[in-house]
Design a protein around this ligand. Structure first.
Ligand code: XMP
Length: 518
């Protein structure tokens, strides 16, 4: 099914992706392109509406980010912040350069309409609450002739302008952030009343569209190799592929022995038992533990695990030879971040190995999730029938529990971490303290301390518990878990997990610590 498209032109604003998300929350499909690629994209894709994002530059600079607004004729367009300034600058108004930034909450005053009686509902008429979020340097000094001045604040006279005849609407504030209390209504007014879009992009429709797209791309006989790790993205991708092409989705799961308790069994049960997938499980614990023997350096561990993944695929190459396609779990934030000239680069240092290069080189890559945000991936997973524990799974490092065990990684030490971690998660869930947690886990330290158990002296290792809140894993703070929950977890761990006689809770934020121990 063809959906109407709202194109967000990214001028480098920190909220540009958020605009896309907000539009999609209305059930309207939206994509983002950097301003450098916008003209071509618009002529090829004919969006039903366009939103010009904010940005850190000045329209008055030489080489300022820009697009020729005449290509938007006939397309309802909303300019936000820099986007509004660009409209004013190009269409006959004036923009004033400023050396200071205005940043924070403001009260907006909606201007009395100049046309009486009011013929059209203006975007700003949706502002039931006057609180808006501003973040700009330059501001509009005069608006183009055929625009109506719609809103002001004490410090910014031209906080809104619009031209019904041109179908162009501008706001200096940011309707996409939640600090603009009626921001959603402003966006709704633009999308539904001005651009008259229909809300037909739903979870069901994107699952259906993805399935059709996979079928078209893979053809009637193609086979796709899909490596599943137990993580959300690869699980949803596999579930989609299975639904689309059944047995021709060759799912591969490498059990390296470094997952959390019962997770490997859960992957097998879901894909073999529930989906009756064509699942190949490579049980390679010995290989991984063998190579990790005696290794204590964190970087060395990562390197070994990365290399062993490649070796596993090399070793099983003949079984996988007849796959013509290789599925990758790229999601929308990766797509826009790697295609953007302006957004910060995604971190790369964490990724461990994957498929051997020779294997990739011979196969067409398909990325069934490339248009979805993480929460949309989760929604698709639910619709496809994946269990909650898979769909709601926390981010988990590629090298697995190896980076949650300082010192040597042995099967015995992995078992200790798995047991302690299961108790911690159990108690968090049972007490409801797991709500809002980004990641939580138990780790094992490579030191020993003295304790007493019964009448016996013990000399054993400590478990560290870590639970953090975060938006994007770039920064994080320790969660204030109720003391009684921590106490219960600590008591259960020392009583139930053989080899542990002390439990610590990690209070450090990131920075200066990182989320994982290694
Ligand atoms: P740190 O420990 O750097 O982790 O604060 C930030 C986020 O990345 C995850 N992480 C990894 N993910 N391979 C991955 O795929 C890795 O090697 C890796 N190391 C850390 C970590 O769990 C957190 O969400």
């Amino acid at each position: 099914m063809q959906h109407q498209l709202v194109l967000v032109v990214d001028f480098g604003g920190q909220y540009s992706q958020l605009i896309v998300r907000r539009v999609r929350e209305f059930g309207i499909y939206s994509e983002m392109v950097p301003w450098t690629k916008a003209s071509q994209f618009i002529s090829q894709n004919q969006p039903s509406a366009v939103i010009l994002s904010g940005g850190p530059r000045s329209v008055l600079e030489s080489n300022a980010p820009t697009i020729d607004l005449s290509i938007l004729e006939g397309i309802p367009t909303l300019g936000i912040c820099y986007g509004m300034q660009l409209m004013a600058h190009q269409l006959g108004g004036e923009v004033e350069k400023s050396s200071d930034r205005e940043y924070g909450l403001r009260q907006v005053k909606v201007k009395v309409p100049t046309v009486h009686p009011l013929k059209e509902w203006r975007l700003v008429d949706s502002l039931d609450n006057p609180q808006v979020w501003m973040s700009h340097g330059d501001q509009v000094l005069s608006i183009p002739n055929d625009f109506e001045w719609t809103a002001e604040t004490d410090s910014c006279p031209y906080a809104g302008m619009e031209s019904e005849s041109r179908q162009m609407y501008g706001v200096q504030f940011h309707p996409e952030v939640t600090h603009t209390i009626s921001g959603r209504e402003v966006l709704r007014s633009f999308l539904l009343e001005k651009a008259k879009l229909s809300c037909d992009w739903t979870g069901e429709s994107f699952v259906e569209d993805s399935i059709k797209q996979i079928q078209a791309q893979v053809g009637p006989t193609g086979k796709v190799l899909c490596a599943v790790s137990g993580g959300v993205d690869s699980s949803v991708m596999a579930a989609l592929l299975i639904r689309a092409i059944g047995e021709r989705a060759v799912c591969v799961f490498v059990d390296h022995g470094l997952l959390r308790k019962d997770e490997a069994a859960g992957v097998e049960e879901t894909f073999s038992g529930h989906f009756h997938a064509n699942l190949k499980v490579f049980r390679e614990q010995e290989r991984f533990f063998g190579s990790l023997k005696g290794v204590t350096d964190p970087e060395q561990k990562r390197k070994i695990i990365g290399e062993e993944f490649v070796n596993v695929f090399d070793a099983h190459a003949t079984e996988l030879e007849d796959c013509d396609f290789l599925a990758q779990g790229t999601i929308y934030p990766d797509v826009v971040e790697s295609g953007s000239d302006t957004a910060a680069k995604i971190k790369s240092h964490h990724n461990v190995g994957g498929m051997p290069d020779w294997f990739k080189a011979k196969r067409t890559i398909i990325e069934p999730l490339r248009l979805l945000f993480k929460d949309e991936v989760r929604q698709a997973g639910r619709l496809l029938g994946l269990p909650d524990e898979m769909v709601d799974r926390e981010p988990f490092p590629g090298p697995g529990l190896a980076v949650r065990i300082t010192g040597e990684v042995t099967p015995e030490r992995v078992k200790i971490v798995q047991e302690a971690d299961a108790i911690f998660r159990d108690e968090l869930r049972a007490s409801g303290a797991n709500k809002g947690i980004w990641q939580s886990y138990a780790a094992l330290l490579d030191v020993r301390s003295v304790g007493v158990m019964g009448d016996e002296r013990t000399y054993q290792q400590p478990i560290v518990l870590r639970a953090v809140e975060s938006e994007d894993a770039m920064t994080a703070t320790a969660v204030r878990i109720p003391y009684e929950v921590l106490e219960r977890v600590s008591s259960r761990i020392v009583n139930e997990v053989h080899g542990v006689n002390r439990v610590f809770y990690d209070l450090t934020s990131k920075p200066p610590a990182t989320i994982e121990l290694e």
